[in-house]
Design a protein around this ligand. Structure first.
Ligand code: LLP
Length: 390
């Protein structure tokens, strides 16, 4: 094995592990801020993508708000430095204790997904004698053209309020005394790479906004959710996503009225590229038609390939041998436990390291201890003498 990798202290990394490139995270954050701040856009980082403490502290220090979808995420956001007035609370199934927690901390906003939810928030707010600020999440019926499991803005999804129901929403806003309508919210899906989709979203938002204005309920902010996709195929080409192109679409096509602010809830595009899952080859096994590289990470550490047939680039920093084809699989007792099928890698031997790229979003957070697995390690580039060449 000849490679810089083994000459660096990280050759002794325990595996499986997540390795976070904190410089890349900071570069991504400052890239977003430098574009969003002059336009007065507010970005709430979607904790669901990765709620690792070290990452969250870095993100809150960079001045981002937090988009939470559970009481525990709200608590985590508070613990890692996000001020309550920068926290928004979304989700289709907010439990009473979670609503109470959000009211107790006077968070910025509830993103409401149904009229019954608005009624429950009203009830809890009355009890506490608090005013709840809300944005209503509307289903804009825009197809995000992404994987069907992560499309959220079309009619048959459980998310958001359908446009036909808006008259009832207006009625509720007028009649519920402890609820204040402050914004309109949409989120159409995740891993969106066709930016034209966001243009269609802007045009639809303009129509929806006009409706609220006509009904004398102008809103102070528009929240367009998250969804900007990443380059999973060639992460090295685009370590920082093209936020310029993304924000420009909203600048060009969304009508903002004087005093109105545009909000975003970016998750994947903030943390996705800064995280890599490192795993070690345990065994190479020759099947009848397939050669398996069996590694020490599994769907318990990164479930995206098993759950969405998601592609993650895999490389090896420890082998420069002749390439062969492998199915890279984990140790879990499930046939869906794989990271890549029929992929070409330099010949692998027991002990070789594999790097699974673009694992910083929906990786660590979606892990489980199925099969009672509990060995997972974490490394941060700030703590390492030298970042490995991987
Ligand atoms: N806002 C709302 C209301 C959301 O539902 C989501 C993601 C976001 C913001 C953040 O979207 P992002 O910028 O990360 O695309 N586990 C799946 C992704 C699920 C996304 C759920 N909602 C995956 O691994 O692809």
């Amino acid at each position: 094995m000849s490679n810089e990798w083994i000459n660096t202290p990280v050759s002794h990394l325990e595996t499986p592990c997540y390795l976070y490139d904190m410089d890349l995270l900071r570069k991504t954050l400052s890239g977003i801020s430098s574009l969003a701040n002059p336009l007065n856009y507010k970005v709430h980082y979607a904790l669901k993508a990765n709620s690792n403490d070290r990452l969250l502290q870095t993100i809150s220090q960079a001045g981002f708000g937090a988009d939470c979808v559970s009481g525990n995420e709200i608590q985590k956001a508070l613990q890692t430095g996000f001020p309550p007035e920068e926290i928004v609370f979304a989700g289709v199934g907010k439990a009473d204790w979670e609503i109470d927690l959000a009211l107790d901390h006077d968070i910025a906003m509830f993103n409401c997904e149904s009229i019954p939810e608005m009624e429950v928030i009203q009830e809890r707010a009355v009890k506490k004698n608090k005013m709840a600020r809300i944005a209503v999440r509307i289903n804009p019926e825009i197809d995000a053209k992404t994987h069907h499991y992560i499309t959220t803005g079309i009619e048959e999804n459980k998310f958001g309020i359908n446009r036909e129901d808006l008259p009832q929403v207006l009625k509720a806003c007028h009649s519920l005394s402890h609820i204040q309508l402050r914004g309109l919210h949409v989120h159409i899906g995740s891993q969106i790479t066709d930016l034209d989709v966001f243009k269609s979203l802007c045009l639809r938002m303009n129509e929806i906004q006009d409706y609220f204005r006509r009904e004398h309920l102008p809103v102070e902010h528009i929240n367009v959710g998250g969804g900007l996709g990443l380059n999973y195929e060639q992460p090295e080409k685009e370590p920082v996503p093209d936020f310029n192109a993304y924000f420009n679409i909203f600048k060009e096509f969304l009508d903002l009225h004087p005093g109105q602010q545009l909000h975003f809830e970016l998750g994947r595009s903030v943390t996705g590229q800064c995280g890599k899952l490192i795993t070690k080859v345990l065994y190479v096994k020759e099947g009848v038609n397939t050669r398996f590289a069996i590694v020490d990470a599994g769907m318990t550490e990164l479930i995206r390939p098993a759950l969405y047939q998601a592609y993650h680039k895999i490389t090896t920093p420890t082998s420069q041998r002749e390439p062969l084809k492998y199915d890279v699989v984990g140790p879990i007792c499930e046939s869906s436990d794989y990271f890549g099928k029929s992929i070409e890698l330099p010949e692998l031997r027991r002990g070789d390291m594999l790097v699974i790229h673009t694992a910083g979003a929906y990786g660590e957070v979606m892990r489980s201890n199925y099969n009672l697995r509990d060995h997972l390690y974490f490394y941060y580039s700030d703590d390492l003498n030298r970042f490995p060449k991987i």
